[in-house]
Write a protein of this length. Structure first.
Length: 220
């Protein structure tokens, strides 16, 4: 009940009588004797009019004519949430491990992320697609779904319940081409080459030729 009356007084009653209270207060300060007498009989004359007013109201007017301090507005029952996006990661670097694997590492600059989102594109003209989502405080990732002899680009960003950070720096790598398990030498070397024009051996002057013995069967 008291609270309802306070609001009624501050918002309705006092604004209505405030001009009169100010006039009474000013008159009372200029005519203290008459003001005291008016409080005794409960009569006051303002602008040629006889006004009957209670002693308590006159006492209030003489004491102060300061407007009551308005009550502060009710707090917002649904205040807007404070948005705290995570800071973007930095210093992203990529290392080629094999023709099908690249290792990524970055610097975590936030303390309120829920994790990191990693995206990749094939070639300079390709479109980025998200390839992985990590947990918080993770700073490494291995991409093992690659093709040999291909250029890849990578970026990373942090996220939480309020949204995502901006992306990190962009890095690119090229995976090595496929390795031939049995390469063919285009110019093989013959380990035992054949001389197409052999030189006959030299025969010394004192050499003797020995005819081979041929056995001939006697004819009867």
């Amino acid at each position: 009940m008291k609270e309802r009356f306070t609001k009624l007084w501050n918002n309705t009653l006092y604004p209505a009588i405030e001009p009169s209270v100010k006039r009474i207060t000013r008159w009372g300060r200029e005519n203290p004797g008459m003001f005291f007498l008016a409080k005794l009989v409960g009569i006051i004359i303002i602008g040629g009019l006889i006004v009957f007013i209670s002693a308590s109201a006159l006492t209030l007017a003489g004491a102060s004519c300061v407007r009551p301090t308005p009550e502060p507005p009710d707090p917002d029952p649904d205040p807007a949430p404070i948005v705290a996006l995570p800071a973007a990661p930095s210093n992203l670097a990529a290392t080629v491990v094999s023709s099908t694997r690249v290792d990524l590492v970055w610097q975590d600059n936030s303390d309120n992320e829920d994790g990191f989102r990693i995206r990749r594109k094939d070639g300079a003209g390709g479109a980025y697609t998200q390839i992985a989502v990590t947990g918080p405080n993770v700073t490494v990732y291995s991409d093992t779904s690659l093709s040999a002899g291909t250029v890849y680009y990578y970026q990373v960003r942090a996220y939480n319940g309020d949204g995502s950070s901006s992306y990190s720096n962009e890095v690119s790598v090229t995976t090595p081409g496929p390795v031939d398990p049995d390469p063919v030498d285009p110019d093989p070397v013959d380990p035992d080459p054949v001389d197409p024009d052999p030189t006959p051996p030299e025969v010394p002057d004192d050499a003797h030729w020995v005819s081979p013995i041929v056995s001939v069967s006697e004819v009867p």
